[in-house]
Design a protein around this ligand. Structure first.
Ligand code: AMP
Ligand code: MG
Length: 402
């Protein structure tokens, strides 16, 4: 059986990133930048003041005390009209360009204005005080944003600063969701004897949306070959198809064989993990369009949840060009003792909190892969390799935030 790492490697080798398109900047939140962006200007573009005060010459201020003549006032959006010479100063506002000849700024609080003159009383200053030189943060030609970054507020702001009104990105995948099982009823229906609600569909749709995909719910397919085949056919029209249920060893677990009949090539089936062992992954190659990546998630809700977090997330990230495609775990400290048995590697729902010692991990009481309600107190999961071990308070453990 493949380990999680081996299965993720196979998945990454199978999924091709989406083609690059161009989007208006205002539509790019959550998309992935697909080319490096270089600055065409220096930033800041001119020597500028960091304070409201007076632009002066160090030569006039060796002792920190001086009386200077104010030759102009430079307010936001204006540029100095002349250089300052010996014995002169210009009143200047935060963010405005320094006049030629000035090599530092004195804060307004350390000055007193008397008509045309300003009296300055400060400690002996040094050149460059309270100002920033042209090109200090970025030089023209520097790479400011690397391909593979997910666009967030500060990155969108930086693109705007550089005048990037259209941005090279990769689009979100459309991800069809198909729940399978004779026991399932739609949410609005009251379950009869032996029946349960199709809770996996809205759960998976929410996960997929939060991972950047566009969920396309297809409802329920009965455990019936013809019905399953028809609905799978419909799902294969999307960029990805996520099925839940029907991939284990039951007599009506028809998903792998119907996928094979639908010419979806199997990449792997079964992964050494808990929950989620029966996970199935394959690719449907189309003649005239890009492939469809197909996941058969085990139907138990927490198995579906965990497999979606680890595998569907990685496929969506690769498809959208996010670097790195595999979301790295975070290291945290266990907030209590815990003992594990020699078993499969386990992903245990956990409450992750920020403590003064970093990320704190508290496992939530949980009764296994069918216990979805047990996970609602969790905001992530902790990873335990499949070995018997007694963990102590404060031991370091890998965790994933949901
Ligand atoms: P399966 O993987 O098809 O053997 O399903 C295992 C169990 O997961 C079923 O017996 C159900 O209790 C549960 N299950 C399957 N599909 C869903 C679903 N769409 N929503 C909620 N629970 C499900
Ligand atoms: Mg089933």
């Amino acid at each position: 059986m493949l380990t999680v790492t081996e299965a993720l490697e196979k998945l990454l080798a199978s999924v091709t990133p989406q083609e690059i398109t161009t989007e208006p900047l205002q539509n790019t939140l959550g998309l992935t930048l697909s080319k490096d962006i270089h600055s065409s200007t220096d930033s800041p573009p001119f020597d500028k003041s960091l304070m409201d005060g007076y632009a002066v010459r160090l030569a006039d201020l060796a002792t920190g005390v001086a009386m200077l003549k104010v030759i102009e006032v430079i307010t936001a959006g204006r540029v100095p009209t002349r250089p300052i010479g010996p014995g002169e100063a210009a009143q200047i506002m935060t963010g405005t360009p320094l006049p030629e000849g000035a090599d530092l700024v004195i804060k307004i609080e350390e000055t007193e204005r008397a008509g045309e003159d300003v009296s300055i009383k400060t400690k002996p200053p040094s050149a460059g005080a309270n100002m920033i030189r042209r090109g200090t943060s970025i030089r023209s030609g520097d790479c400011v944003l690397r391909a593979g970054l997910t666009l967030n507020a500060s990155r969108i702001g930086a693109l705007a600063e550089m005048g990037q009104t259209f941005v090279p990105v990769r689009q979100r995948p459309r991800v069809a969701i198909l729940a399978t099982g004779d026991e399932l009823v739609p949410l609005q229906q009251t379950p009869g004897p032996g029946q349960i609600r199709n809770s996996n569909e809205p759960m998976l749709a929410a996960q997929i949306e939060s991972m950047g995909g566009i969920p396309v719910p297809l409802g329920i397919a009965r455990d019936d070959r013809d019905e399953l085949r028809a609905k799978i056919q419909q799902g294969l029209e999307s960029d990805m198809l996520v099925l839940s249920g029907g991939v284990s060893a039951g007599t009506l677990d028809l998903v792998p064989s119907v996928l094979a009949e639908s010419s979806v090539g199997e990449i792997f089936h079964k992964v050494e993990m808990k929950p989620g062992k029966p996970l199935w992954f394959g690719v449907k190659r189309h003649d005239l369009r890009s492939p469809c990546y197909v996941f058969g998630l085990p139907g138990n809700p927490v198995s579906s949840l965990v497999c979606c977090e680890l595998f569907v997330r990685t496929a969506i990230r690769r498809f959208m060009g996010v670097e790195p495609a595999i979301a790295p775990p975070q290291l945290g400290r266990l907030e209590h003792e815990y003992s594990t048995r020699a078993d499969r590697p386990t992903y245990h729902p956990a409450r992750l909190t920020w403590t003064r010692d970093g990320l704190g991990i508290t496992l939530v009481p949980w009764h296994g892969s069918s216990d979805l309600c047990g996970t609602v107190a969790a905001n992530g999961m902790a990873y335990f390799p499949g070995e018997a071990r007694q963990y102590c308070l404060g031991d370091s453990v890998e965790a994933f935030v949901w």
